[in-house]
Write a protein that binds this ligand. Structure first.
Ligand SMILES: *Cc1c(COP(=O)(O)O)cnc(C)c1O
Length: 491
């Protein structure tokens, strides 16, 4: 164990400080706090020098993995590069120091960003209007479904309480429908991994509020029957919801609005390169077709006839308000910087490169990993485990989990595993458009090496990772009973 693997509490020495604050001349001391609110014993905080604090946090940061430390091929999550220029712009004092309650006349620049971003996303997606209220993808789904429900209710169509979701859908889709009080009806996939139109037809009746689809779906496949599906769902009176969390491959190529979708969300923290994960702020703007524009959540930003931007709070038909104020401005700003930095032509290239990269990896590895759906994919694809796992059964041979754990030893983050549920040993890979051919080649080489190890001696994989600070925690206990404090420290 290295010295600085010690916890900061173990480095603590009575009376040591790293920094001394000048006395506050205005303070009247702790005695001004009501006695009931005062601590009887001092907080058990570590007492360490400044250099120990710096090393503690720097070492901690290096025990983690992020897009800035290595290749992160997480399918269905689009972990792409976060350009640093986005961060610089979001940190500009004129943006960072805004307060949401400032009068509109003092935040015209920020309101213009909302307004212009709305136009940019409408152009990219073929939708008419966006709301930036939702703070994540799943939050966007809930908002979109609230809009769908409100649309039917405003027409007095109260019977439509069921939503169709494909069996390949991201788990948040059925969850959002349930949270919105709608009943989920599952439509099956064909062996080719696409929505089965013959299974869909009998489900369509006057109780269907709509369908939620991801296109390309979570297998990375384009739903070729989308135009027919759209006309079937519309003919029965339902609406189409588009899960655009990972819209990379479609950027500048196809627009959900043109495919027939009425409502959609985007994950700015995936497709539009803003930071992602760790529970940080996200943004899941929801766009709607023109006939639903009155129903989107308030407040929204409009441009007055004199050219100034205003915040409009009230609307008779709105599905409601789903967050405080206008949504996570810093994230919207980063995504806006990304869109402007790329421009129209390069955004198209982003879509195409994400597809090229995924197909390159798929074709390079299909001799070693089972490829259940061999057609051309979009930005991601799914393997169903190793072809030669070393023992040909899950007890003695190497599983998908073992492959994922072994990858960590080579400095790559694992792909998404055991999702989608359609395949037992799913390994879902998405390289994203921001990776070079050299990085993908290095990944392909390691995946081949792991496959060779599995065939010769699966225990190398079963005991992996060998080099990470933590090896194989009990994943259930690590999630359900995390130990988040040191010893009995009363913190
Ligand atoms: C990530 C993702 C979501 C959910 O987005 P969050 O921001 O994590 O709530 C929904 N659908 C798909 C397809 C996704 O990949």
């Amino acid at each position: 164990m290295k010295y600085y693997d010690k916890l900061v509490f173990e480095l603590s020495r009575e009376g040591r400080t790293g920094y001394s604050l000048p006395a506050n001349p205005w303070s009247k001391g702790a005695e001004t706090l009501p006695a009931a609110l005062r601590r009887s014993t001092p907080a058990a905080l570590p007492q360490v020098s400044e250099v120990d604090v710096v090393r503690h946090y720097t070492n901690l940061s290096q025990m983690n993995f992020g897009v800035d430390t290595g290749f992160y091929p997480l399918g269905s999550c689009t972990m792409k590069y976060n350009p640093k220029i986005n961060e610089e712009i979001a940190a500009m004092p004129g943006f960072q120091r805004l307060h949401p309650l400032q009068p509109a006349c003092s935040v015209q620049g920020a309101l213009e960003v909302y307004y212009e971003m709305n136009k940019a996303l409408a152009a990219i997606t073929g939708m008419s209007l966006f709301t930036f209220n939702p703070c994540a993808g799943a939050h966007g789904e809930l908002t979109g479904l609230m809009i769908m429900r409100q649309y039917h209710l405003l027409r007095g169509d109260v019977k439509r309480t069921r939503v169709i979701v494909p069996d390949s859908a991201h788990g948040t889709n059925p969850a959002s429908a349930a949270v919105c009080g709608l009943e989920v009806v599952v439509v099956k996939s064909t062996p080719e991994g696409l929505v089965d139109v013959n299974d869909l037809k009998p489900l369509l009746d006057d109780t269907i509020a709509g369908i939620m689809m991801t296109n390309p779906n979570t297998l990375g496949l384009f739903e070729k029957e989308i135009v027919e599906i759209a006309s079937l769902v519309h003919a029965c009176g339902g609406l189409l919801y588009y899960d655009g969390a990972n819209m990379n491959p479609m950027l500048g190529v196809v627009r959900p609005g043109d495919m027939g979708f009425d409502i959609m969300h985007l994950n700015l923290h995936k497709t539009f390169s803003t930071p992602h994960g760790g529970g940080g702020p996200g943004s899941g703007p929801v766009g709607v077709a023109a006939r639903l524009a009155d129903i989107i959540p308030v407040p929204k930003v409009v441009r007055s006839s004199d050219g100034t931007f205003q915040v409009v709070g009230a609307s008779e038909k709105t599905a409601g308000q789903v967050s405080g104020f206008l949504g996570n401005f810093g994230i919207i700003l980063r995504a806006y910087a990304y869109i402007l930095a790329l421009g129209k032509e390069n955004i198209k290239l982003a879509g195409k490169l994400s597809v090229l990269g995924a197909n390159y990896i798929k074709e390079s590895l299909k001799d070693a990993y089972k490829l259940p759906i061999p057609t051309v994919c979009k930005h991601e694809f799914v393997f169903d485990g190793l072809i030669n796992d070393g023992a040909h059964d899950e007890v003695h041979g190497a599983t998908t989990l073992d492959v994922a754990k072994r990858l960590l030893d080579f400095g790559f983050h694992a792909p998404t595993i055991y999702f989608p549920l359609l395949f037992h040993q799913a390994i879902m890979i998405e390289p994203t458009e921001t990776e070079s051919k050299e990085t993908m080649d290095a990944f392909i080489e390691v995946m081949h090496k792991i496959a060779a190890e599995a065939a010769q001696d699966p225990t190398i994989l079963q005991e992996a990772p060998h080099t990470t600070p933590v090896r194989r925690p009990d994943e259930t206990r690590a999630a359900r009973q995390p130990i988040l404090k040191f010893g009995d420290a009363a913190v």
